[in-house]
Design a protein around this ligand. Structure first.
Ligand code: SF4
Ligand code: SF4
Length: 226
């Protein structure tokens, strides 16, 4: 069985900016919040969010036999505009390096034979997995905010069908999942948004980034990205 410090070291050698691991579980505690957001219509045309809910909330339904979710972060500097391709290729590189490390221990890395690497591509609650893996919290701008890299990060997940030893205990409470629960009185992103898309909950129908991918004002202005 691979250990968390081994995985962390291998990830560093692969040029991954941050990594965390979380045991696979059903995130039934997130269902109420997401359903409320969807019921209010804030998800706009993302009607795929209404589908595959069983898989979205329980990664073990999406990846049979899942035991560990390994979350990687790549900074924008390292992932560039074509981040799907770059993050995916980094996930493949990491997986191969973990296979090699397991083989060196006379073991075989256990993974599902179907899809088990993800980047913005399947019903995976990416930001929530990142939080569970100790990689930050959700800001009022609805981005994951990492303590070192702020929100200038892209996420990817590698799901393993085996447990990982020595995962450090991650202390998070409900405020990490609630947008802005850790932001205090700051409301810079809300004021910066030209569309008032953050005035209530994040409203995808108003957000320019969602429609054209050409707005990052709520991230540029965030003091965590300073
Ligand atoms: S990306 Fe732009 S439009 Fe969307 S919430 Fe941020 S500032 Fe507003
Ligand atoms: S600008 Fe302020 S309120 Fe918005 S995400 Fe950053 S710290 Fe939170």
């Amino acid at each position: 069985m691979l250990t968390y410090p081994q995985i962390q070291l291998i990830a560093q050698q692969c040029g991954i900016d941050a990594i965390g691991c979380a045991p696979a579980r059903c995130m039934d505690d997130q269902i109420g919040f997401m359903n409320e957001w969807i019921r209010a219509g804030y998800h706009g045309a993302m009607d795929y969010l209404e589908r595959n809910q069983d898989k979205r909330y329980d990664i073990r339904q999406l990846v049979p036999g899942a035991q560990t979710v390994v979350v990687i972060l790549l900074t924008w500097e390292h992932s560039g505009h074509d981040y799907h391709r770059v993050v995916k290729s980094k996930l493949y590189q990491l997986e191969q390096a973990l296979r090699d490390a397991a083989a060196a221990q006379g073991q075989r890395l256990q993974t599902y034979e179907g899809q088990h690497l993800f980047c913005d591509s399947a019903p995976v609650l990416e930001k929530r997995w990142a939080i569970e893996a100790g990689l930050g919290y959700i800001g009022k701008n609805h981005q994951l905010i990492h303590p070192q890299w702020g929100s200038w990060v892209h996420m990817g997940e590698l799901v393993l069908n085996e447990a990982v030893a020595d995962i450090p205990e991650v202390r998070v409470d409900a405020s990490y999942y609630i947008p802005g629960g850790q932001c205090g009185a700051c409301d810079v992103c809300i004021q910066a948004c030209p569309q008032q898309a953050l005035s209530g909950d994040w409203d995808a129908r108003r957000c320019i980034a969602y429609t054209t991918h050409r707005c990052t004002l709520c991230q540029q202005e965030c003091p965590c990205n300073g």
